[in-house]
Design a protein around this ligand. Sequence first.
Ligand SMILES: Cc1ncc(COP(=O)(O)O)c(C=O)c1O
Length: 393
Amino acid sequence: MLKTIAAFDRIGEENAFAVLARATELAAQGRDIINLGIGQPDFRTPDHVVEAAVKALRDGHHGYTPAVGIKPLREAVAADLHKRFQVEVSPDAVMIMPGGKPTMYMSILMFGEPGVEILYPDPGFPIYRSMIEYTGAMPVPVPIREENGFAFSAEETLKLITPRTRLLILNSPANPTGGVTPKPEVDRLVAGLERHPDVAIMSDEIYDQMLYDGETHVCLLSYPSIRDRLILLNGWSKTYAMTGWRLGYAVWPAKLYDYARKLAVNLYSCVNAATQWAGLAALTGPQDEVARMVAEFDRRRGVVVDGLNRLPGVSCATPKGAFYAFPNVKRTGWKAKALASTLLEETGVAIIGGPDFGILGEGYVRLSYANSTENILRALDRMGEFLASRKAA
Ligand SMILES: Cc1ncc(COP(=O)(O)O)c(C=O)c1O
């Protein structure tokens, strides 16, 4: 018998990938599937970005790069953060990562061990909890409530901090709720965190450009009092429709930077070279496709929220960011996961049950509106017929 360590049995998953696999299987059997499950833009990566990668390979950029990423890209990230949020970031604090996920993995690995506590949003991105459990640390959910517009509450978060708290994970705009935490609430949280200098903060801002209704993004880098213990997670996946390229970045405090660099050397050496050059073109080239994509998401957001609010037993708050709707389905009588899986099997509509994002996700489902308006309308029709005719299981 192989004797692996117990920690591996505690690693969780992202059920969106399992739903994607099942949806693909059903489609291969000839079923007409509408996938509102997976969280990735349905747009193509902008042409000039693809061309930059092709050119990089033609120009001979096919070898290892520095583990922390090529310098022009780290400089471009620093310049982009300065342009958008007027924050000073040294390119030497920026590390190019193979996607957004490795930053959460590394941060949680740096702070998690038995006996310590890590705070994370619930409902929230499932990988946070999965990795916390892997390290043996105690996962402490920070409730994200519908009645609070799916923003985190500074007061509630601060109350959960104990002498054992090592790391606080924040995510706004948020997956799966589309919630955006308003600046006064972030201000209050940061003011409270000043009383807890030993707590590190990992701010997942991967949806920072996907904001609606005139919202502006509050980047945690803008708060000097926490800069020495703040890790910023961001990347290209969502903003530039580049999920499959695997490209992200982190801004690390000085001490952690070298830990992260060494982890990279041990784990993957460097990010794919051509992808890094593509990322440079994305940041420094025209941004009109980003604006077009966000405007299209905004239109679909209206369609999806209106449609959901017409369904029997469903009510949906208007999300202010990302590309997810997180309707309340409690009055349908269905348990959220049973509803999601029965809908997929019987109507071919793929959505994700709220409990896949945490205990407080019960009573909700997540729909990604990264799909055409036509498909969204067809999905809503099918859901309406289903809910009107089918009794809760
Ligand atoms: C909140 C959040 N953070 C991070 C990620 C991971 O991004 P990537 O695909 O770049 O690893 C996602 C992807 O869905 C996400 O929703």
